[in-house]
Write a protein that binds this ligand. Sequence first.
Ligand SMILES: Nc1ncnc2[nH]cnc12
Ligand SMILES: [Zn+2]
Length: 325
Amino acid sequence: MTPRGDSGEVGASASPEHGLAELHVHIEGTLEPELILELAERNNIDFPHSDLDELRARYEFTELQSFLDLYYANMDVLRTAEDFSDLARAYLARAARAGVTRAEFFFDPQAHVVRGVPLTEVVEGLSDAVAAAHREFGVDAAMIASIVRDHPVPDAHEILGELLRLQAPIIGLGLDSAEVGYPPSLFEDVFARARAEGLRITAHAGEEGPPEYVWQALDLLGAERIDHGIRSLEDPALVARLVDEQIPLTACPLSNVRLRVVDSLAVHPLRRMLDAGLAVCVNSDDPAYFGGYVDDVFAALHDQLGLTVDERNTLARNSIRAAFT
Ligand SMILES: Nc1ncnc2[nH]cnc12
Ligand SMILES: [Zn+2]
């Protein structure tokens, strides 16, 4: 397999004439183990794993929830605006090296507020990094606040209200975290308000949850993109709709392997999705946890799925078309 890292392999680079957008990346999922330990020290946190190898040994997942448990535990080191800014800067620098020209990243405001971090620290730190991204890294960056769907529904209303009150510079609202048992229908009113406020809408659906959740995301939330959406393939009528309306699916193949949504990259349905005419693009999801950034995703697809240059260019073109610009 192609080595991971900053190598800029032929199979990894985006089509230069089209650029590349990364539309499905959780900024908290870019928190690398090295930065976790650095921030724990900076913030005087008695973090349970003081050794990199010991921490890395925990990065084995059996399904989405086993990953989310670690993801939420590790983000405890993020406390100040400076921490959030450092986190986002590190991602944007790495994304630029991966060939990303447009980055729309998610953040989980409820996951920080619930542990006592003021929303202002989160928003200030992330928005500082976003504002400087073009000058510093040549990346056009934007933020999407994501509703944590396994928190109480009233909290979702409250966090959206707070974000609006702060005039947080977000371009959209997303929906993430544990999927099964938390259907999009729970959040219909929250997303109606977001739409009325002019926010763009996207939602995780059909990652572990059934195709019905994708229908709900489209029909009840007004989702303009579907994050993951891989289980849509189980429902031919849904596939027909997604193709007809060219609704973008932000696929995350390395994530799907690491969270055991698919058995291996070699059997990932990405090519089937492309061949069906779906407006699919590829993304890293949580690159610090799933084995790489978006160039690593392209490289792995080249190596293990035989992704061609034409297919790679189609994916890059789809990503640019799907951006909320
Ligand atoms: N892959 C994923 N699915 C749902 N919520 C997430 N939050 C971070 N990564 C996620
Ligand atoms: Zn995701």
